[in-house]
Design a protein around this ligand. Structure first.
Ligand SMILES: Nc1ncnc2c1ncn2[C@@H]1O[C@H](COP(=O)(O)OP(=O)(O)O)[C@@H](O)[C@H]1O
Ligand code: SF4
Ligand SMILES: [Mg+2]
Length: 319
């Protein structure tokens, strides 16, 4: 049974920046999907679309089924309920999402008071318990955000995301702003919490190694599309798409400081969505491109058991 099914999702900003171009993805209940790709390939746009948190200028088409219900056509009241109780998002740069003038315990308790109709005493007790779950003493509830380290603030964000017991957690580069040692701790914590509580996870990162370690399945995005998807270990160890191979070669292990840089050995930058290359959008950077790649854009097709890739070399010539 899938908790999240994304069908042919397109997101276009303003007058024509196609940031997401026809994404299909599925997350089974209790499973973890990693989404990888360089900066600018549409990962955050995809995450925001899941709960309709995109700016008003964004046009969306397709379907986003959460437990079978389409988020894109949900009425506002239902959407609000789903945002609190069905799915939660942990974003990068958590420090900016906490309110500087409120104690963290009150910030964790607030959704419980508003959306769960908890009494103040219940909400306080639950906030303390949530802090302990994320490895902070309950007494830290009295602290203000500036009194915490970056890693502690990210733990608080995770506690807030878990407060209403979501069925799906979306973590968008949840550790990018943190020190590498702390990154590993936070990722382990997230991994353990979602496993223990049987929450489904969509974990977004530019670092394939991190995702291979935490997730069941892995999708690689390039220029707004999924170009490869399969069992996480397979995609990391034996990528079938040249871009997936470049990404996995770039990030040898968790905690490597090089993981903050662009993939090694891959020239150039990802394309500007407003001026996409013809044919396979990866062809200007692809080390094994054929002449036909400049004009032919291969669709995702089976490349190995349970593993799809959009490359003419792994899936045969386009018709
Ligand atoms: N609010 C916005 N308005 C216009 N363009 C945007 C907006 N947000 C993102 N983009 C563009 O959409 C593309 C994908 O961005 P994003 O989803 O943030 O990628 P990623 O998270 O993979 O780095 C980029 O080219 C980015 O410049
Ligand atoms: S289709 Fe061609 S350009 Fe695109 S990834 Fe495959 S070989 Fe490279
Ligand atoms: Mg992003």
């Amino acid at each position: 049974m899938s908790i999240l099914t994304i069908k042919d999702l397109h997101v276009t900003y303003g007058t024509g920046t196609p940031a997401v171009r026809g994404v299909d993805l599925t997350v089974a209940a209790g499973r973890k999907l990693g989404v990888a790709g360089e900066s600018g390939c549409g990962k955050s746009t995809l995450a925001l679309a899941l709960l309709r948190l995109l700016p008003a200028s964004a046009r969306l088409t397709g379907e986003i089924l959460l437990d079978g219900e389409d988020v894109l056509t949900m009425k506002w009241g239902r959407l609000r309920a789903v945002r609190w109780a069905g799915a939660s998002i942990v974003f990068q740069g958590a420090m900016h999402s906490l309110n500087a003038v409120h104690r963290i315990g009150d910030q964790i308790a607030e959704p419980l008071l508003v959306h769960r109709r908890a009494t103040p005493a219940e909400a306080r007790a639950r906030a303390g318990a949530l802090l302990e779950q994320v490895g902070l003493p309950a007494a830290r509830a009295a602290a203000y955000p500036h009194e915490l380290s970056g890693g502690q603030r990210q733990r608080v964000m995770i506690a807030m995301a878990l407060a209403c017991e979501p069925r799906l957690l979306v973590a968008d580069e949840p550790t990018t702003a943190l020190d590498v040692m702390i990154q590993a701790q936070i990722l382990r914590l997230l991994d353990q919490l979602v496993t223990d509580q049987d929450i489904s996870l969509v974990m977004i990162s530019h670092d394939l190694a991190v995702l291979a370690d935490t997730c069941d399945r892995l999708a690689v995005m390039y220029a707004g599309r999924v170009v490869e998807e399969g069992p996480a270990r397979d995609v990391y160890d034996a990528a079938r798409h040249p871009y997936g191979r470049a990404l996995s070669a770039a990030f040898p292990r968790i905690g490597d400081p090089a993981s903050r840089r662009a993939p090694r050995g891959l020239p150039g930058d990802p394309p500007d969505p407003a001026a996409l290359p013809s044919g396979c959008t990866f062809h200007p950077r692809c080390p094994v491109a054929l002449e036909s790649c400049a004009s032919q854009d291969p669709p995702l097709a089976p490349a190995a058991p349970g593993h799809v890739a959009a490359c003419v070399l792994t899936t045969g010539s386009p018709a």
